[in-house]
Design a protein around this ligand. Structure first.
Ligand code: ADP
Ligand code: MG
Length: 684
């Protein structure tokens, strides 16, 4: 059996089971052994029967001293045994698993993990995991036990067996690909040790050693690849010839002067355009810092030099908002913009394709629709993507390929600490807009509990009376979308009929059709809605300067970066704005998060605080949000490893940028393979 073989060559895996595994993206033996546990159960503490703790999960080891028997009570079948471990006896019962009568062997020794309860004066272990004690390694009991995320109806037990069995037969093929000096300098264990112990850790320490190595490896592959991409881009010739960078005409039609921060970013861009290499730049700017106008000026320069421009936004609402804003400016300059969206009628699309292909349309704004095969540009010079974190590296690549190595500009409103930026956007140069446009007042943020509703409602009414608008955000969680949606709709109804009589209240949510959403948003833009109740479809990037109050209900459900994005929807005009966080949560962490929001308003500071708050706690069973899903690394918690990785990866890159040295050959192969498996869902 080879690592590259299909999983079907595993003994217990036939057609049917292999199909299930494929749903988990497990196709080869290698995929299987790199399917790491999501969590662990510490069952290493085997206790004596006399020391059992009631109402807790216990692990005991004992000999079966009664023949298993199954009794039936109505629809319930109960299979029972008694065991003895020298310190006492224990009764064990399973429900509706009558076959166990023939599986559990009388007089054999087993290990059991299950909850022990007392019922009608009898002490019983209920429905435990069991494992025969023989000369085979224990997998599910008496040790730290792996728990796999999703197993598609495979029991955890079977999954463990399959992994263990596979591991033992391919163990010797797990070879090292990290160069020796990197292993040494960073104190990393061998790959073989790591893979074995991530699945079946010998003890706590081995787990941490294994995890450390695998996190390092994952981040290192990614970081090194990004450095390579950056290096390659920096060396690639670019034939897009931007000679004229006079921007006076567009500045003359803009309704405001650029801030110093905007000017400085623009300087970076114009500098890039002057080299004969393609620009690959990321603009990081806090919400409302004015990134759009930078995109517009860049678009102007491109068009003025005879090249088309593509601007891609992640959602219809955002794309059409951009389109309106571009159209407003470029109409005045007699430059044609078109809009592309998946929801357009076939005829409209065809007409647009035509305009793009002939080069009549100079600026194309749209969603993913822009990267369709049918869209053929005449002479694409600049590609701009907004809110990059929602697009994949692949999508960015496809869009770039529509031109001949065009200049690319990426805009994101998610401020992130430098260390993270280097791994999320390691292939890009970074410019930061670090000041907001003038005249903005600080958004007052308050954190209250639900006893404040009456006052909040009055505050919203007063705001509407003064012809300003407000948002109320009600979060939905996916598990029970239907119920939540119902709750949001009936809440809207209640607010309309009982609280905000005579005001225009509307609801927008993720289950609406695109054109319904668009219609509501248009009404909101036009000021025809006083209070917009929304689930989180209020997109990052929505710009309605007349809205000044953001109420966030169940605020504990959001992370800092989301709260910051939501808060950024207000305070966009010159009027004083407020953000009201409502939460009854008792959790210390949630409170801390919300208090942090009250205290700080700068996105970059918040992102650092966020990192600190999330960095505490243990590794087991935690998930990260808002940043790409990695196999094992957690960018929030593994920041120390990430720093180590960045040092090592930069050092290596300086020595051997293309990994041509013989000692780096296995690493090069692994990186190529690793990058091929990054699909569109991994957004970087
Ligand atoms: P974001 O960076 O979040 O995308 P936008 O580009 O949407 O921000 O800009 C937010 C608001 O600030 C818009 O209403 C825009 O017209 C305004 N704005 C941008 N730059 C300036 C400026 N230099 N002076 C005044 N207002 C500005
Ligand atoms: Mg924006």
């Amino acid at each position: 059996m080879l690592l590259s073989d299909s999983i079907i060559s595993i003994k217990n895996i036939g057609e049917e089971r292999s199909k299930k595994l494929q749903k988990l993206n497990i196709f080869t033996i290698n995929d299987l052994i790199e399917y790491f546990p999501r969590d662990y159960d510490d069952r290493s503490n085997v206790c004596k029967i006399k020391d059992i703790e009631l109402n807790k999960i216990n692990t005991v080891k004992g000999k079966v001293i009664s023949k298993p028997e199954t009794i039936k009570i109505k629809h319930l079948s109960i299979t029972k045994i008694r065991i003895d471990d020298g310190s006492g006896f224990l009764e064990i019962a399973w429900f509706n698993q009558p076959y166990l009568k023939n599986t559990i062997k009388y007089k054999s020794e087993y290990i059991f993990t299950g909850k022990v309860i007392q019922k009608y004066g009898r002490t019983q272990m209920e429905a435990p995991d069991y494992e025969l004690i023989d000369d085979k390694e224990l997998l599910s009991n008496g040790r730290i036990v792996p728990v796999y995320a999703s197993t598609y109806k495979f029991s955890q037990k079977l999954f463990r067996e399959v992994i263990s069995q596979t591991l033992s037969s391919v163990k010797d093929q797990i070879t090292e690909f990290l160069p020796q000096d990197i292993l040494k300098e960073n104190n990393l264990c061998s790959r073989q040790f790591a893979i074995e112990n991530i699945h079946f850790p010998k003890d706590n320490k081995s787990f941490f050693i294994a995890r450390n190595r695998l996190v390092f490896e994952e981040l290192f592959l990614l970081q090194t690849k990004l450095l390579q991409i950056k290096g390659i881009m920096e060396h690639k010739e670019c034939n897009i010839n931007i000679k004229n960078t006079d921007i006076t005409p567009i500045k003359n039609v803009l309704p405001f002067n650029l801030t110093d921060a905007q000017e400085s970013v623009l300087k970076d861009i114009i500098y890039d355009l002057g080299k004969n290499k393609a620009m690959n730049r990321l603009i990081q700017g806090d919400v409302g810092s004015g990134k759009t106008v930078i995109a517009q000026i860049l678009a102007y320069i491109s068009v003025n030099n005879g090249y088309q421009v593509a601007i891609m936004a992640p959602t219809d609402v955002l794309a059409s908002q951009h389109f309106e804003s571009f159209k407003n400016i470029f109409e005045k300059l007699n430059i044609k913009c078109v809009f592309l969206s998946g929801n357009q009628k076939a005829k409209e699309k065809r007409e647009n394709y035509e305009l793009i292909q002939t080069g009549e349309a100079k600026i194309v704004v749209g969603t993913h629709a822009i990267i369709q095969d049918k869209v053929i540009f005449n002479n694409l010079g600049v590609v701009i993507t907004d809110e990059q974190h929602r697009f994949g590296v692949k999508q960015r690549e496809i869009l770039s390929k529509k031109g001949e190595n065009p200049h690319t500009l990426v805009m994101t409103a998610t401020p992130i600490p430098r260390t993270l930026a280097l791994i999320l956007y390691g292939d890009l140069d970074i410019s930061i807009i670090d000041k907001l446009p003038p005249g903005r007042q600080k958004i007052d943020t308050i954190f209250v509990n639900s006893t404040y509703y009456p006052r909040i409602y009055n505050f919203l009414k007063k705001n509407s009376d003064e012809k300003r608008q407000s948002y109320i955000i009600c979060p939905m969680i996916e598990e029970n979308e239907k119920m939540e949606l119902k709750a949001v709709l009936s809440y809207t109804q209640k607010l309309k009929e009982e609280v905000f009589l005579g005001y225009n209240v509307e609801c927008i949510h993720g289950k609406m059709k695109t054109n319904e959403k668009q219609e509501i948003m248009n009404k909101f833009y036009n000021g025809d809605i006083d209070i917009l109740i929304s689930t989180t479809v209020i997109e990052v990037g929505i710009n309605v300067p007349n809205s000044t109050i953001m109420v966030i209900e169940n605020a504990e459900r959001f992370g800092i970066s989301q709260l910051h994005q939501l808060r950024g929807r207000v305070g966009r005009g010159s009027d004083k704005s407020y953000c009201i966080l409502i939460s009854d949560s008792k959790s210390k962490q949630s409170k801390q998060r919300l208090e942090t929001m009250v205290k700080y308003s700068d996105g970059f500071v918040l992102s650092e605080k966020d990192l600190e708050l999330r960095g505490t706690g243990d590794f087991f069973g935690t998930r990260q949000h808002g940043i790409p899903d990695m196999k094992i690394a957690n960018l929030y918690k593994d920041i120390e490893i990430l720093k180590q990785v960045q040092k090592a990866s930069i050092k290596l890159y300086k020595q051997d940028p293309l990994l041509l040295d013989n000692k780096n050959k296995p690493l090069k192969e692994k990186i190529d393979q690793f990058f091929n498996t990054l699909d569109n869902t991994v957004s970087l």
